[in-house]
Design a protein around this ligand. Structure first.
Ligand code: NAP
Ligand code: ZN
Ligand code: ZN
Length: 350
């Protein structure tokens, strides 16, 4: 079956309307009519071939929400009409230790929602900037928010879980002092979630204009990272830092803000490396520097349920599909508060 999508034919080409194939649902498959898809900075890195190995045509999008439109014979947990989501993972080996632990994100055979290997045409997965997707039931998430919140739920499927997973792994909660660096799609969710988990949140931004808005998101303090005095006031104060910045920068400036035994986790994935941190930034206070990749399926469901219970959604700007190239430019300029979401209804030709 052919459906409408938006994608690129090469890394130096803009995204354009295209038609793509989707498989007929198998016994364990869920077919989803996509309502909205969030726009992650990873989409831009991938479709512009900033990361190695982009397969074309590339249809990005891994913050997918919509309604079930068909299910395979063996599917028991989903039925037609259910509100569901799909994040960054559409398959994995289902038998390794990571899959057994519900951490499919660390499975060596994990298949990404786009740019992953698949037997389906054209041989690699095509993402959510499209009208419909067919996914094995194991990787489909239940959405318990109300339908009116659906567009703003979409970014939870990547920005939400990518910040939730490390916040939980490093045991952020009441009494923690947490820094969130970069107030973009990921960072604004990091602030909301750390705040909801009961932490004292310090937001770090390069954008003076986000100072007030960051407080509205739940930050207790906001530091403009170019301001030396504001940075100095945070030295040795933080237990944990979640660093979401999409570009290479000086990590030592942030490591210095950690207490003894504190950890900074990088989730931002710039196309070119950071300057190496100075080893003394780590050894002097037994600090750790770590990384984290999205999150597993069970913890994604846990995060979605937590957000539904606490009334948490992303702050979004809804766009038509034909505004995607302009949206990428605005994202690069830091000009989005805080996530673009594509109204997939705008994809169908008039
Ligand atoms: P985004 O919305 O563009 O936000 C990134 C933020 O970083 C910007 O809003 C900006 O915040 C800050 N920043 C500071 N200097 C920058 C610069 N020179 N260039 C770009 N940003 C700069 O991006 P996102 O969707 O949150 O994604 C952030 C990064 O995480 C990307 O590299 C993405 O690929 C990666 N990612 C990783 C995972 C994972 O599993 N680890 C998952 C999803 C995304 P201020 O204005 O506040 O300074
Ligand atoms: Zn993403
Ligand atoms: Zn596995």
């Amino acid at each position: 079956m052919l459906i409408h999508a938006y994608g690129a034919e090469a890394g130096d080409q803009p995204l354009v309307p295209m038609q793509i194939p989707r498989r007929t649902p198998g016994a364990h498959d869920v077919q989803i009519t996509i309502a909205y898809c969030g726009v992650c900075h990873s989409d831009l890195h991938q479709v512009r071939a900033e990361w190695a190995g982009t397969l074309f045509p590339c249809v990005p999008g891994h913050e997918i929400v919509g309604r079930v439109s068909a299910v395979g014979d063996a599917v028991e947990n989903f039925k037609t009409g259910d509100l569901v989501g799909v994040g960054c993972i559409v398959d994995s080996c289902r038998s390794c230790d990571e899959c057994g632990d519900g951490l499919e994100n660390y499975c060596d055979a994990m298949v990404g929602t786009y740019n992953g290997a698949t037997p389906d045409a054209p041989g690699h997965t095509l993402g959510g900037y499209s009208q419909q997707i067919v996914v094995h039931e194991r990787y489909v998430l239940r959405v318990r928010h109300s339908e009116s919140q659906l567009a703003a739920v979409a970014p939870l499927l990547c920005a939400g879980i990518t910040t939730w997973s490390p916040l939980r792994h490093w045991k952020v909660g009441p009494g923690s002092r947490v820094g969130v660096v970069g107030i973009g799609g990921l960072g604004h969710m990091g602030i909301k979630l750390a705040h909801a988990l009961g932490a004292h949140v310090v937001a770090f931004t390069t954008s003076d204009s986000k100072r007030e808005a960051a407080r509205a998101l739940g930050a207790d303090e906001v530091v403009v990272s170019r301001n030396r005095e504001e940075m100095a006031a945070q030295r040795g104060q933080l237990d944990f830092i979640l660093n979401t910045v999409a570009a290479p920068h000086n990590l030592d400036a942030f490591l210095a803000l950690l207490r003894r035994d504190g950890a900074m986790t990088l989730v931002g994935a710039p196309a070119t490396p950071h300057p190496s941190p100075n080893v003394f930034s780590l050894i002097m206070k037994r600090r750790s520097l770590a990384g984290s990749l999205i999150g597993g399926i069970p913890e994604t469901q846990e995060m979605l349920d937590f957000c539904a219970e606490h009334g948490i959604v992303a702050d979004i700007e809804l766009i038509r599909a034909d505004a995607i190239n302009q949206a990428y430019e605005r994202m690069l300029a830091g000009d989005v508060k805080y996530r673009f979401v594509i109204d997939i209804g705008s994809l169908a030709p008039a």
